[in-house]
Design a protein around this ligand. Structure first.
Ligand SMILES: C[S@@+](CC[C@H](N)C(=O)[O-])C[C@H]1O[C@@H](n2cnc3c(N)ncnc32)[C@H](O)[C@@H]1O
Length: 457
C-alpha cells in the first residue's frame, strides 16, 4: 500500500473478530488485525506489520468503546496469552463462536446452508480448567512458573505475582503457588548452568475425586527432582508426581518417556457414573463440566439402540467408547498412544464394560484393516487432534461407507476441511453443534452428525 509504514498511527472502526479473537477493521481498503479490540470499537492503533493484503496493528487507545466491550475479570488479560476474549460478555463469546464455526464451514469446507446450532455454554464460565502447563522461566536468577505473553516466547504472567488464573481450577491455582515457592527455595539445585533444570510443570486435577498430578518436564536430574517430589508429597495436595524426560514443545508427554517419582503415576476421575484412570501421557478433556455436555451430544447423534457396532477412532483413555458401550452391542476404540490404550483397557475393566475393546495404532492404518477383515461399523466416532483426520482416513470412508459418523473436533478449520471432503464422498452433514469447552478463549469444540444414505456416491 502506498505510504503506510510500520510505526504509523491510524484511527479505524473495528467491524469483526478474527478466528484468533483479534479485532478486524479496515484502513484504506485493507484488512487490519488489532489484538484486544472488539466490534464497534473506534480505536487509535500503531501499525506494526505491513503485508500485501493486510496490516497488523497495536491498540493504543479505545476512542469510543463498542457496545459489547466489557471489563476483563483478570488483571493479566492482554499481557498473558492464556485468554483471548475476556473483554467480551459471555453471551457475545458464544455468538462469536457459533459464527466462527458457520464461517469456517462456508469458507473452508464450501458447505453453505448447514444447520449450525447455537454454541452450548457454561452457567459459570470461570475456573473450569482441570489442567495447565506452565513454562519454567528465569526470574531474577531463579526458576519461576509463568505463561507466555500472546504470540511470544516471553513471560506474560507470573504465578508468583499472586494473580489467580480465572480459568484454572481453584485448587490448581493454590498448588501452582506452592510449587513456585518451592522452585525459589531450591533455586540452586534446580538450575542447570544458567537454565532451569525443569522446562515445564503440568498440573492436572481429577475434579470429581480431587486427585492431583504434577508432571515435571526435565531431561535429567532425577535425585534433585526426587527431593522436589517428596516436598510436594508432604503438602498433602498431590496424588502423584511424574517426570517427563523428553520435552516436545506443545505436546503431551510421550509414551515411554515418563517415570513416576511419587504415587502411582496416574490419577482417577469420575464422569457421570463412570470412572477413568488417566496417566501423564494420556489425553483427557480439560473442562469436566462441558465434557459431559459434549459426550451427551455424541450419544444423541450416535442414536444407539443396543444392536450397533461402534468404532471410537482417536479414543484417548476410552471415555467416549465407554459412554457409548452401555447402549451398543460392542465398541472398538483406536488410539495411537500406548499409555492411553493401557488406560482405556483398564477403564473398561474398572467399569465392568466387557463389550469395549481397544487397538493401539494409527487410525489411518487400523481403520482400513478393520474394513477388510470385519467390515465397517454401524456408527463411527472421529475425535482427531487439532490437525484433523489424515486424508487417507477420509478416503477409506469414501470407499467403505459408514451409515452414521459423529465427528468431534476442537478446530473449526480442519473440521470444515474434513466435512467438505466427506460431503464430496456422498456424506450428508446433518447438523453441527458447537460446545464451549474453552470460555474466555477463541477456541471452540464441535460435534457434527453425518449420514451416508445407502444409495449415495
Ligand atoms: C482430541 S483427543 C480425543 C480423545 C478422546 N476422544 C477424548 O474425548 O478424551 C485425540 C486423541 O487422538 C490420539 N491420536 C493422535 N493421532 C492419532 C492417530 N493418527 N491415530 C490414532 N490416534 C491418534 C491422541 O493421542 C489423542 O488421544
Amino acid at each position: 500500500m502506498p505510504g503506510v509504514q510500520p510505526g504509523e498511527q491510524v484511527v479505524l472502526e473495528v467491524e469483526d473478530l478474527s478466528h484468533s479473537g483479534e479485532g478486524v477493521g479496515r484502513w484504506q481498503g485493507r484488512v487490519v488485525f488489532v489484538p484486544l479490540a472488539v466490534p464497534g470499537d473506534r480505536v487509535r492503533v500503531t501499525v506494526v506489520e505491513v503485508k500485501k493484503n493486510y496490516l497488523r496493528a497495536r491498540l493504543e487507545e479505545v476512542i469510543d468503546p463498542g457496545p459489547s466491550r466489557c471489563r476483563p475479570e483478570c488483571p493479566s488479560f492482554g499481557s498473558c496469552g492464556g485468554c483471548h476474549i475476556q473483554h467480551l460478555p459471555y453471551e457475545c463469546q458464544l455468538q462469536y463462536k457459533t459464527g466462527r464455526v458457520r464461517n469456517s464451514l462456508e469458507r473452508i469446507g464450501r458447505l453453505g446452508g448447514i444447520r449450525v446450532l447455537p454454541a452450548l455454554g457454561m452457567n459459570h464460565p470461570w475456573h473450569y480448567r482441570n489442567k495447565v502447563r506452565f513454562h519454567v522461566m528465569l526470574r531474577e536468577g531463579r526458576p519461576a512458573l509463568g505463561l507466555y505473553a500472546p504470540d511470544s516466547h516471553t513471560p506474560g504472567y507470573w504465578v508468583g505475582d499472586g494473580t489467580r488464573c480465572r480459568i484454572l481450577d481453584r485448587e490448581l491455582n493454590e498448588l501452582a503457588l506452592i510449587i513456585d515457592h518451592l522452585l525459589g527455595q531450591y533455586r540452586d539445585e534446580l538450575l542447570q548452568g544458567p537454565a532451569p533444570l525443569i522446562s515445564h510443570v503440568t498440573l492436572r486435577r481429577a475434579v470429581a475425586t480431587g486427585e492431583t498430578m504434577v508432571v515435571l518436564a526435565a531431561g535429567g536430574g532425577r535425585p534433585r527432582l526426587g527431593k522436589l517430589a517428596a516436598e510436594l508429597a508432604g503438602t498433602g495436595r498431590v496424588t502423584t508426581v511424574v517426570q517427563q524426560t523428553a520435552v516436545l514443545p506443545g505436546r503431551e508427554p510421550d509414551d515411554g518417556r515418563t517415570r513416576t517419582l511419587y504415587g502411582r503415576g496416574y490419577i482417577t476421575d469420575r464422569l457421570g457414573d463412570l470412572v477413568f484412570r488417566i496417566s501423564a501421557a494420556s489425553f483427557y478433556q480439560v473442562n469436566p463440566v462441558q465434557t459431559r455436555v459434549l459426550y451427551e451430544k455424541v450419544g444423541e447423534y450416535a442414536g444407539l439402540t443396543g444392536r450397533e457396532r461402534v468404532v471410537d477412532a482417536y479414543c484417548g483413555v476410552g471415555t467416549i467408547a465407554l459412554f457409548l458401550a452401555r447402549q451398543a452391542r460392542e465398541v472398538l476404540g483406536m488410539e495411537l498412544s500406548s499409555r492411553a490404550v493401557a488406560d482405556a483397557r483398564q477403564n473398561a475393566r474398572l467399569n465392568g464394560l466387557g463389550n469395549a475393546s481397544f487397538l493401539q495404532g494409527a487410525v489411518e492404518k487400523l481403520l482400513p484393516r478393520l474394513f477388510r477383515r470385519d467390515g465397517g461399523p454401524d456408527v463411527l466416532v472421529l475425535d482427531p487432534p487439532r490437525r484433523g483426520c489424515h486424508r487417507s482416513v477420509l478416503e477409506t470412508l469414501a470407499r467403505c461407507p459408514v451409515p452414521r459418523v459423529v465427528y468431534v473436533s476442537c478446530d473449526p478449520g480442519t473440521l470444515a476441511r474434513d466435512l467438505g471432503l466427506l460431503a464430496g464422498y456422498g456424506y450428508r452433514v446433518v447438523e453441527v453443534q458447537p460446545v464451549d469447552m474453552f470460555p474466555q478463549t477463541c477456541h471452540v469444540e464441535c460435534v457434527s452428525l453425518l449420514e451416508r444414505p445407502a444409495s449415495s456416491g
